[in-house]
Design a protein around this ligand. Structure first.
Ligand SMILES: *Cc1c(COP(=O)(O)O)cnc(C)c1O
Length: 386
């Protein structure tokens, strides 16, 4: 089976993990800040806070931005459920902004219209969570302008977008108040489980760090009362244990060193697909000028006729032929839990639903071989013409 995504583990990763295992620090040691600093540097950001996974990171980011009961948080329906759950953990209510068909990212026009309505109803969101789908940045300058006009915070779910860029700058470096990245094995770099919450705002960074570890500080400079001795730690807020281990951080640092190579490999492989898939009638992903995708996913759409697609049949046939395709994502607002909670249903985000009906993610990862891409294309031809 050719999977749709998989990690790339090399000797350098094994050496880094082996070294940390015998270093005396398995967690709360120096490998974590080393990884944070390297990550912040690559993304041209001032602060990066490593966390146990991106879901935990999104939760902390919402808390740091002050999300709580009575607040509204808006996100994109074409994402993993974690993009919405983070607001629910804080007691807020979630709503969805439809995507643009061309990019599958949050539509600026739809957001603008929804904000005008929300303003009249006095229900403006506290935080909006755009998602850089498949590694393609959202139009962050336009989203920033709306954030400033309407007074909400921008929390980017950059889980797919490690090392991607927008207007010549790394994703996260500007525009968003906070960006959250994932290191799950299917993503761009991996730590097994893991995530990073990055911001340029020192106050938000301090809050994130506190909440990541029980709301506790061990730094005398940050304490509310002068410490009686070096054993003193202060709990100043209700936090969690959302820490990344040193073992994971060492793996992350080793992976990060090969980020440019991973990108080049993904980009080259993505560039092979259009010629291989020509004539099949598939809608292929496009990268607009001024954007550089991290190519986390190669998501195509099986064409639609009279509101129906062949996607299910194509999906089954490809799986039978050993091609591990997947679907990203079932629109979040159509999940039973969200329907019950927010009264959402079909028709609420028509573009997201149209995209989903044809959505199919083809294999793409650094060690995928061009011959395997030919195999994917050959299988697709069989599946579609059958
Ligand atoms: C993977 C992913 C997450 C969750 O990441 P974890 O690290 O697995 O918690 C959140 N949002 C999106 C868009 C993702 O793809």
């Amino acid at each position: 089976m050719i999977p749709y995504a998989t990690q790339t583990i090399e000797e350098a990763d094994l050496a880094a993990v082996r070294a940390v295992l015998t270093s005396g620090w398995l967690t709360q040691g120096p490998a974590v800040p080393q990884f944070e600093q390297a990550f912040a540097q690559v993304h041209q950001m001032r602060h990066a806070c490593a966390v146990s996974n991106a879901t935990a990171g999104l939760h902390l980011a919402c808390l740091a931005l002050g999300v709580g009961p009575g607040d509204w948080v808006w996100t994109s329906p074409i994402s993993f459920v974690a993009s919405a759950n983070c607001a629910l953990y804080c007691g807020a209510q979630v709503d969805f902004v439809d995507v643009e068909l061309a990019t599958r990212n949050m539509s600026v026009a739809a957001l603008s219209e929804k904000l005008q309505q929300a303003k009249r109803l006095n229900k403006l969101p506290k935080v909006v969570i755009p998602v850089h789908f498949a590694g393609l940045s959202c139009d962050m300058a336009a989203l920033r302008a709306l954030a400033d006009e309407y007074g909400f915070a921008l929390l980017a779910d950059a889980s797919h977008a490690v090392g991607a860029s927008y207007r010549g700058q790394p994703v996260g470096s500007q525009w968003a108040d906070i960006s959250v990245f994932s290191f799950h094995p299917v993503k761009i770099i991996t730590t097994g489980e893991g995530g990073m919450v990055a911001t340029n705002d020192a106050k938000l960074a301090a809050k994130l760090e506190l909440l990541r570890s029980h709301g506790i500080t061990r730094s005398a400079a940050l304490m509310e009362a002068p410490p009686e001795g070096p054993w003193v730690y202060e709990q100043q807020d209700l936090g969690f244990n959302y820490r990344l281990t040193d073992i994971q951080a060492a793996l992350g640092s080793a992976q990060l060193e090969r980020l440019a190579a991973f990108h080049a490999q993904r980009e080259a492989l993505a560039a092979n697909y259009p010629a291989l898939l020509a004539g099949l009638g598939l809608v292929l992903p496009e990268v607009p000028k001024g954007y550089r995708s991290s190519w986390h996913l190669y998501a195509v759409q099986v064409p639609e006729q009279n509101g129906q697609t062949d996607r299910a049949r194509v999906f089954h046939r490809l799986r039978e032929l050993g091609i591990g395709v997947n679907v990203h994502y079932i629109p979040i607002h159509l999940q039973p839990y969200q329907r019950r909670l927010g009264g959402f249903g079909p028709g609420y985000c028509p573009n997201a639903e149209t995209y989903y009906r044809g959505a199919l993610s083809l294999p793409l990862y650094p060690t995928l071989r061009p011959e395997q891409q030919q195999e994917v294309a050959h299988a697709l031809k069989q599946a579609i013409s059958a």
